[in-house]
Design a protein around this ligand. Structure first.
Ligand SMILES: Nc1nc2c(c(=O)[nH]1)N[C@H]1C(S)=C(S)[C@@H](COP(=O)(O)OP(=O)(O)OC[C@H]3O[C@@H](n4cnc5c(=O)[nH]c(N)nc54)[C@H](O)[C@@H]3O)O[C@H]1N2
Ligand SMILES: Nc1nc2c(c(=O)[nH]1)N[C@H]1C(S)=C(S)[C@@H](COP(=O)(O)OP(=O)(O)OC[C@H]3O[C@@H](n4cnc5c(=O)[nH]c(N)nc54)[C@H](O)[C@@H]3O)O[C@H]1N2
Ligand code: SF4
Ligand SMILES: [Mo]
Length: 683
């Protein structure tokens, strides 16, 4: 039996995997014991890789929709017909009529996103869209605005951690495991979450009204400044705008924040003191929970300021800057602006370089209204927007207007169910690729690993890069796609990096890390306009937004919209993750279903009593956009009046309830975490 050392790309964690191959077939997987991240463990998703890759539900060959049926066609026919249609649409409407979209798989699968961008460049369309319109980018942007770069959390060295809308036990289990161990050794843990997650029981826990986190952060700043707990040396030397902050937060007392958030003022004082008096203090902010809010950018800015005034920037256990491990850029130069550039100019271009993508949350409206121009073709790889985009009904209406929808996926998805053409992608186990996070992520370091091929591609599936390259050739862009094998692609991507494929192959552990240097500002300052940390952002002010974070009410809150609250008095949060699933994926695996067979709505007993239902009953959850039916889990572990439902389930689709027109004014992120709802007792 052969053991291939590779990584798992089912989620962004990229755990190290020993893949056991017998006669060309993957028979078993286990965690690599010496891998820095997972140290021999795998989560239930990773443990089911064998069942996943050999699932009978794989898309086995290219298919074309003819009437209501799907017809098997050859790769040749599929490529020729899609290329023909794309040429026709380009001639009729211009190149911007094609949009391409990738979901979170495009973050984990570096070649995929690189080739999609190359293809759109060759075609001439600015409309590369990706999941970073709803996830993650906003924190990077907020930190770039504040620090001129992207310092990341370093929880493994922290002495105080705030889990701020983040439940790593279900999403980043390796971090959670480490937190559990270190709490026993004295790590101080604070959880700010309307749900009492298991980790909350290991420290201080407060339960805010959803969407009021910025008010709590501002009141913490008030306490820290008022009680003289701020890091004077660091703030005086390395920041601008502290004087303005002092004035700004003067009236923003813990009592003011209690009134907004429901968190008692003494608790806010306690948290602020603990955070400010423990060096190596790290806010581990929700990866999308703090983003999918009306105040998403300012939430992240507030966290940046808290880290700054307590002197926790670029020190061990705070937020530290990781060196990048740059890969070769495959993008072709392009001048045109994507959708969303005018509506959300800060999202599009705050500093010198524009974002590589448009604001995907405008896609449905753009297709439906044909403004500023018609989008007639959508090519999707590595995403399932039919279930993952907010406002499913608007998305479905938009899809009906397309002349061409192509989905490239190893599995049938709700988006593939709508497509004109479905192309079988092979999974990461069936090709050579790049794993890790060369640009640094949540684990305080940047690292890369060779994602080795474990088995030959199954059925007629092909590597994603090949699909875009082949389509490029058929369109007449062959000169831009010279690569012939996975290995050539990976070699090319590493050709400008600090490490080569050859070195990675020779390295017995298989991973390469960016060497971290603390206090690098002493050498290079901060790459902001002022060269210092911008507590007050003049840049944001120039765009017409407040230079300091402020509290903004969720658009459907009882405060912002009391009329609506009469009909929809509860607050819905969507998308809390379960460990067993990744977004919409893995629902087809019996082994995973045996662990968690259906979605549940978490509701407080007092809320359940109000509507007269009991634990285990199927109830209705309604918002102004629609209704879903879902089983109730009545639990004390959620704030009264808050309802939490997971996303990614077709049987109880959270996004039937969300409204994509409710967006943060600065970055266009959609509000999916604090929306008005009511419950219905059925039957
Ligand atoms: N209401 C609500 N909605 C949300 C969220 C929420 O919290 N609440 N969260 C949002 C967030 S943060 C995110 S990141 C998105 C996630 O949304 P998506 O990124 O759309 O996530 P998935 O459902 O995982 O879709 C991935 C698709 O890629 C396919 N795939 C897997 N591997 C490969 C591959 O190698 N190649 C190709 N071509 N395809 C592959 C899978 O089969 C699957 O169909 O959802 C968002 N939607
Ligand atoms: N198993 C698994 N892991 C995943 C994913 C997955 O689908 N499955 N998805 C991956 C992706 S793309 C992402 S973006 C991340 C998501 O990562 P996160 O956004 O960090 O999601 P969770 O870790 O579930 O924690 C979110 C917590 O925020 C709380 N919350 C909701 N609204 C509010 C609010 O207004 N205020 C406060 N303070 N808390 C609130 C919820 O109760 C929940 O406990 O996970 C990644 N990892
Ligand atoms: S956390 Fe699970 S799914 Fe994610 S990379 Fe690790 S083993 Fe794979
Ligand atoms: Mo995400």
């Amino acid at each position: 039996m052969q053991v291939v050392k590779t990584d798992c790309a089912l989620c962004v964690n990229c755990c190290g995997v020993d893949a056991y191959v017998d006669d060309g077939r993957l028979v078993k997987v286990s965690g690599i014991p010496e891998h820095f991240l997972n140290q021999g463990g795998l989560c239930p998703k990773g443990e089911h890789l064998v069942e996943w890759v050999y699932s009978p539900d794989r898309v086995k060959y290219p298919m074309k929709r003819v009437g209501n049926a799907l017809q098997r066609i050859s790769w040749d026919q599929a490529m020729d017909e899609i290329a023909g249609k794309l040429k026709e649409l380009k001639a009729a409407y211009g190149p911007q009529t094609m949009a391409i979209y990738t979901g979170s798989v495009g973050v984990e699968n570096i070649e995929l996103a690189a080739f999609m961008q190359r293809f759109r460049g060759a075609y001439g369309s600015p409309n590369f869209l990706c999941v970073e319109s709803i996830c993650y980018r906003v924190r990077i942007l907020a930190r770039q605005i504040t620090f001129g770069r992207y310092p990341v959390e370093e929880p493994e060295k922290a002495n105080c951690i705030i889990l701020w809308g983040h439940n790593p036990e279900n999403t980043y289990w390796t971090i959670a495991k480490d937190i559990r161990k270190r709490v026993k050794e004295g790590l101080k843990l604070i959880t700010i979450d309307p749900r009492r997650i298991p980790l909350a029981k290991l420290g201080i826990h407060v339960q805010p009204r959803p969407g009021t986190d910025c008010a709590i952060a501002l009141a913490m700043m008030h306490v820290i400044i008022n009680e003289d707990l701020w890091d004077k040396e660091f703030v005086n030397k390395w920041t601008v705008g502290f004087d303005k902050l002092v004035e700004h937060v003067k009236p923003l007392t813990p009592e003011w924040a209690e009134n907004i958030s429901g968190v008692p003022a003494p608790e806010i004082r306690k948290i602020a003191r603990l955070f400010a008096t423990t060096k190596g203090a790290c806010i581990l902010q929700g990866v999308c929970s703090m983003d999918q809010q009306m105040n998403s950018l300012q939430n992240s800015r507030a966290f940046s300021i808290l880290e700054t005034i307590t002197g926790n920037i670029d020190i061990p256990g705070g937020w530290a800057t990781t060196p990048l491990l740059p890969l070769t850029d495959l993008r072709l130069p392009l001048d045109a602006k994507p959708i969303g550039a005018d509506e959300y100019p800060v999202f599009y271009k705050f500093g010198k370089r524009p974002a590589p993508y448009g604001q995907a949350m405008l896609l449905s409206e753009t297709i439906l209204n044909e403004k500023p121009y018609p989008i007639k073709a959508l090519l999707v790889a590595g995403g399932n927007p039919a279930l993952d985009f907010p406002d499913t009904n608007r998305f479905l209406a938009a899809m009906k207007k397309l002349d061409l929808l192509v989905v490239i996926d190893p599995f049938m998805s709700e988006t593939a169910d709508l497509a004109h053409y479905i192309l079988p992608a092979c999974t990461f186990l069936e090709k050579e690729g790049i794993g890790g996070y060369p640009y640094g992520l949540m684990h305080g370091t940047s690292f890369v690993m060779l994602r080795k091929k474990v088995i030959e591609p199954l059925h007629e599936s092909k590597a994603d890069w090949w699909v875009w390259s082949e389509l490029g050739h058929r369109m007449g862009y062959g000169e831009h796609f010279p690569w012939k094998t996975d290995e050539e692609v990976v070699d090319h991507l590493f050709s400008k990096s600090v490490i080569s494929t050859k070195q990675l192959k020779e390295n017995p552990g298989g991973s390469f890390f960016g060497e971290k240097v603390y206090r690098i500002y002493e050498k290079s300052g901060f790459s902001t306009e002022s060269g210092k940390i911008e507590i007050y952002s003049k840049g944001l002010e120039r765009f017409g937004f407040p230079g300091l974070p402020t509290h903004i009410e969720p658009s459907q809150s009882p405060v912002a919209n009391p009329e609506l609250a009469k009909d929809y008095p509860e607050i819905l949060i969507t998308g809390a993750r379960a460990l067993e699933y990744i977004h919409t994926q893995l629902r087809n695996l019996p082994g995973i279903r045996a662990m968690r067979n259906e979605p549940e709505a978490e509701v407080h007993p007092a809320t359940a009593r109000k509507y007269g239902f009991v634990n285990g009953e199927v109830i209705g959850v309604e918002t102004p956009r629609g209704q879903i039916k879902i089983r109730a889990k009545v639990t004390e572990d959620i704030k009264e009046g808050v309802v939490s439902i997971p996303h990614g389930w077709a049987v109880a689709n959270a996004n039937v309830l969300t409204d994509i027109t409710m967006r943060d004014a600065i970055v266009g992120y959609p509000e999916t975490k604090a929306i008005a709802c009511r419950l219905v007792k059925l039957g």
